[in-house]
Design a protein around this ligand. Sequence first.
Ligand SMILES: [Zn+2]
Length: 356
Amino acid sequence: MAALVNIPQSTSTVEVSIIDTTSTIHFPTAFFVTPEINDVKTLRGGSYSFLIEHKPSGKRLVFDLGVRKDWKNYAKPLLDNLLSTGAFTLDIKKNVADILTDHGVSLDTIDGIIWSHTHFDHIGDPSTFPSSTSLIVGPGFSAAFLPAYPTNPSSQLLDTDFAGRSLVEIQPSQFDQTIGGYKAYDYFNDGSFYLLDVPGHAIGHICGLARTTTTEGNATFILMGADTVHHAGQLRPSDALPLPDQITPNPLGGPLPCPGEMFEKIHPAPETYQTKPFYHINVDENGNSVAHDPVEAEHSVDHLKEFDALENVFVAFAHDASLEGVIQTFPAKANDWKAAGWKEESRWRFLADWKL
Ligand SMILES: [Zn+2]
């Protein structure tokens, strides 16, 4: 039986923009997911960040910073790690700080940067923000990752990420609500924006849940999914969101619907092709995984499927290439995503990735 996603009622919203961080990342499929389908060995994604504005308090937050433009200036252990995998190709045009200022957002109006987790494609370069901007991180962060480099020569983070800036680590006790199986912290204490404790991918991995509209009895939300999944094929289809017999719009293009049964033969368990996802988190024969705790991470994916199946929640994870060309990014606002049809239009586009 599916867990019930029961989001508390509220009349408060935040304004949300989805930021295209101008990062393009090519990554080996097997680094994140299994099985290999139709010989597709590489996947590509951008890296989405979010600007969140809470009008009543005048506070602004940025959720994630993508990859820093001068990524060769990451902490040496991180850079060595990145180069040694030889697996990623990176192309970054701008820092998030530049994208904001290019569109007239003064950086001293940003109260906090939220790091969903500490991986290179999310931490960007906090030193491009003034020291009045705090850095907000998930549970267990400080014990696991501080001190930073070069104070700690083996740290993947930089002292300059933190210099002069307040570090706010959300404590386990602050996640005092439960929403859709995740522990939740009501950030502005009015139901407009929650931080969700979404464990498994990395220590302190957190997501955001923003209330985007409050039309009577039918509020809408954007779930900032960070790295809970790396491909929409980990979320869809699911028991709660089956693959239709006729898929519209057709992910392979053209005016006619696409028959869902076309994807039966490439599904890892063809008899479940309409109700089980195509991908799972990869764990190799030695138990190694990109996920810090792959079992917990897969539980977190299960919870995300429940949100994803709701018509009033738009799940946007960091590297979802299937949103490109559908959504409007910053400086546009994303609050009216439902009226704009982003969810229906993007939902099955990932099926084109296997080049049937
Ligand atoms: Zn990532």
